[in-house]
Every structure is written in C-alpha cells, then in structure tokens.
Design a protein around this ligand. Structure first.
Ligand SMILES: Nc1ncnc2c1ncn2[C@@H]1O[C@H](COP(=O)(O)OP(=O)(O)OP(=O)(O)O)[C@@H](O)[C@H]1O
Length: 322
C-alpha cells in the first residue's frame, strides 16, 4: 500500500470519460463531441469534487490522444499572482496554433466565477478572437456569477452532486485496488461524509487507510472529524425537547472533546433538520436560527458562544411552538 505517498484523488482520477461514475447524461453528450470532432466553448457548473476538472481532462485526452498535454492547458482564474498574469497566459496559449495535427486547443479555466465582471468581459473578447484555434471550458460553482454574453456563447453542463451508488462504486474500486476491506457501515459513513463530493470520499478513504487496512465506520468518522448522524439527531432531540443542559454537554463533547468544527456541525444539523419530520413552522424557525449562526461565525464571532446561543434559540423556538 502506498497510501502515504500518492494523493489518491490524482492517482485514481478517471482518464477516460466512460470511467467516470454518475454524470451519465453529461458523459454521453461530451463523447458525442469526440465522435464528430467538433467542440463548442463549454461551461461546467456545479459544486466541488463532482467531476468537472476530471471531465475536461478526459475530454482533452480523447480528443488529442498522446499529444493531449501539448494542446490542453488548465488554469485557475483565482490565481494569487493576479488576473493580469492569468489573462496574459490565456492569450499566450490561445493565440498559438494547435500542435500534432489537432485543429484546436482546449483551455480549461477553473473557478471562472472568481473573475470580476470586467475580467469576464475581456475573457469574452479573447474567446471570440481566438475561437478558431482555442476552445474554452470554463468551470464554476455558480453559473449565475458568469456574465450572460459568456453563458450564451457556451454549451452549459450542470454537474450534479454524486449519488450514493456512484460514491460507493468509486470507493469500492479504489479500495479493491489498494487491498482494503471496507465494511458496509464504512461505505455508509463515506457516503454521508462526502455528501455528493467524490474528492471528500476519496480523501476520507485514504486518511482511514493510513490507520488501518480494514476500515469501519468508526475510522471514517474519526479521520474526517465528523459527527455521526445519530449524534446530530440526539443534539437536535435534546435542544428541541427543551433539555438545554444535556444538549450543552452533547455539544461540548462534539466540539471540545472530538474536535469537530462548528461549521461542520452547523452543516450537519442543517442536513438533519431538512429531512426531519417536524411541524413546518418550527422547522422554518430552526433553520432560520442555523442560518443566523452560520452568518455570525463567518463574520468571526466567538464559536463557543454562538454554538451555545444556537442551542438556546432551538430551545426557545420549540418552547414558543408548544
Ligand atoms: N464523476 C466522477 N467519477 C469518478 N471520480 C470522480 C468523479 N468526480 C470526481 N471524482 C474524483 O474526485 C476528484 C476531484 O474531482 P474533480 O477535480 O473533477 O472535481 P471538480 O468538480 O472539478 O471540483 P472543483 O470545483 O473543486 O475543482 C478526482 O480526482 C476524482 O478522483
């Protein structure tokens, strides 16, 4: 096992489109470009770790074969060296002719939504000027942050968070290749922790594999510093049930003893609340309280105070509701 040396998200990144899990409709549409030899500009949108970069690289490999690296370039729009550097590099790459008999190059621009409106306007002109020699694949989390003139020049692909089957399929593949035994409980835990993000799933597996080769759910929750769904349910039961002292103890155990980050707990509480079968008005109040705490934490408020205040607000909201 070489778990300590290689990053598995790179080692096991699918090389071909048909090796990707999930995103079936997208894969079929992308494959049809390869068949026809034509490619428009593309806009990939969706959350992190669901295959946008993987699809772009696989597409380039299938278009260009062995010479894919000469005709493909990946850049990050939020490059810390500044937008001018990115802009110059884009132009430099886009304006030169494709090599090794290819009819165009592909430029993959990650985090395109980090570009300001002005920078996007300049990018749009570059896309038009060099359209003959270079096709752009822009990747972003939110397509609404991309200006309309760019959106209308691209074929838009909305990637979805990976479903349970897809996460399990890929996790099993990697576990088998690494000679790991993964229990059913551990697979459930990985699906829960990943929440549709394959990068998170693979990192959880690799982290666990450093500790042991037979992986159970305990290891996954421990390595990812994530509370179990039952623990979150208990926290909600106690606070909604008005048992503030016990809820406080449960909270301290999770944050101070287990080291689970407050933001992570808020996300987990949110996921549990959305699915919880409780009165709608109460649910709305509780989610409102979560949103408020999330915002306060993002503004730098004390997490200990805010997390306790959250429990207090849960208790009060439930009391008013009774
Ligand atoms: N659909 C998928 N099939 C198989 N593996 C996947 C898939 N999506 C993601 N992965 C795995 O997760 C890793 C991260 O995925 P990728 O880089 O494609 O994410 P992304 O959608 O581009 O995310 P970001 O927006 O954060 O850049 C890949 O290296 C790959 O191992």
């Amino acid at each position: 096992m070489d778990g300590n040396h290689t990053i598995w998200i790179e080692k096991y990144r699918p090389r071909r489109l048909d090796e990707m899990v999930g995103q079936k409709d997208i894969v079929v549409r992308l494959q049809s470009y390869v068949k026809t030899g034509n490619l428009p500009h593309l806009l990939f949108t969706g959350s992190a770790g669901i295959g946008k970069t993987t699809a772009a690289v696989a597409l380039a490999r299938e278009f260009f074969g062995d010479s894919w690296q000469t005709n493909f370039r990946e850049m990050n729009a939020s490059d810390e060296r500044g937008i001018d550097v990115v802009r110059n590099q884009i132009k430099e790459f886009a304006r030169t002719s494709p090599l090794a008999g290819a009819t165009f190059k592909i430029l993959f621009l990650d985090e395109a939504d980090a570009l300001t409106t002005d920078a996007q306007a300049a990018l749009r002109r570059t896309m038009e000027t060099y359209a003959r020699t270079c096709r752009f694949i822009l990747s972003c989390n939110y397509s609404s942050k991309i200006i309309d003139p760019i959106q209308s020049r691209c074929a838009i692909y909305r990637f979805r968070p990976l479903d349970r089957e897809a996460v399990i399929e890929e996790t099993r593949r990697i576990a088998a290749a690494e000679g790991l035994t993964v229990t059913e409980g551990a697979l459930d835990a990985i699906v829960y922790v990943a929440s549709g993000d394959m990068r998170k799933a693979i990192n959880a597996l690799q982290g666990a594999a450093i500790l042991r080769t037979d992986i159970d759910e305990e290891t996954i929750f421990e390595i990812t510093a994530t509370a179990r769904p039952e623990e979150i349910d208990e926290l909600l039961d106690l606070s909604i049930g008005g048992r503030f002292d016990e809820a406080e103890q449960a909270l301290l155990e999770l944050t101070h003893v287990r080291g689970i980050a407050p933001n992570e707990l808020i996300n987990q509480c949110y996921r549990a609340l959305v699915q919880r079968d409780i009165d709608r008005t109460l649910k709305v109040k509780l989610i409102d309280a979560l949103g408020e705490t999330d915002f306060r934490l993002s503004e730098g408020a004390s997490s200990d105070i805010q997390m306790e205040a959250l429990l207090a607000r849960f208790v009060l909201a439930a009391e008013q509701h009774r």
